[in-house]
Design a protein around this ligand. Structure first.
Ligand code: DX5
Ligand code: ZN
Length: 224
């Protein structure tokens, strides 16, 4: 059983962007821990989302740290700009950068937490030489690019392999999952070793955001 505190990071990709202030204020009051901000460039992923103005607007209203997930090529070129826009945790994809070690330390040296994200087909073993340097591993539980997709079942064993690697190397990295997360898989994810759950449609599609945040943090064990 994972006894760590479970964090929830609602993904504003699924929010009503015409009412971003109101949406962020609802998240502030929901018991969530972070706000997840998805940046897509139409190159790394086959979709576009939003850029700096929305990150800044979110920062302006958020009382929670901004958990910024870059699904863009050459993320190293935009690190300073995203930090200026308000990122508190900045995550880049393993598949999008050649010099991952350098990019991770650019983020950390700027005083921000650094995360590395893995696509579903990228094995955890690719992180063997960087796991001690990162503050978080984001395991994509769908192929990145869209909200509302089906959770990939292989993710549970991948999370366990990641947890093993973290323990073996004495790393402090948190494990975050992103895609298709809801109350039905929350207990199993927590037991596998997840620390942070990102959820888009499950939170913003709810009537009461606080209720669904609670269901992710404290899922009924046998509801799987
Ligand atoms: C997908 C994004 C996710 C997305 C999750 O590429 O990284 O953060 O918003 O959406 P749901 O929770 O609806 O699967
Ligand atoms: Zn994301």
């Amino acid at each position: 059983m994972n006894t760590n505190k479970i964090l929830v990071s609602p993904s504003i990709l699924a929010a009503d962007h015409a009412n971003i202030q109101q949406e962020i204020e609802r998240v502030n009051r929901s018991g969530a821990d972070w706000v997840h901000v998805d940046i897509m460039d139409g190159v790394f992923v086959p979709n576009m989302s939003f850029g700096f103005p929305i990150v800044k607007a979110t920062k302006k209203h958020s009382q929670l740290p901004l958990d910024v997930h870059l699904m863009i090529v050459n993320p190293q070129n935009y690190i300073q700009e995203f930090i200026k826009a308000g990122a508190d945790i900045l995550t880049i994809h393993y598949e999008a950068v050649t010099h991952l070690h350098r990019a991770i330390w650019q983020i950390k040296n700027a005083g921000v937490k650094a995360g590395v994200a893995l696509n579903p087909s990228t094995p955890v073993s690719m992180l063997e030489e960087i796991i001690q340097d990162v503050d978080m591993v984001l395991i994509m539980t769908v192929n990145p690019g869209f909200g509302g997709q089906k959770f990939i079942e292989n993710s549970y064993s991948k999370i366990m392999r990641c947890k093993e690697l973290i323990l073996k190397r004495n790393s402090q990295a948190l494990i975050e999952v992103d895609g298709g997360v809801e109350s039905h898989n929350a207990a199993k994810l927590i037991n596998a070793g997840v620390d942070v759950m990102v959820a888009g449609s499950y939170i913003f599609g709810a009537k009461d955001y606080a209720e669904n945040v609670k269901l992710l943090k404290y899922p009924i064990e046998n509801a799987i």
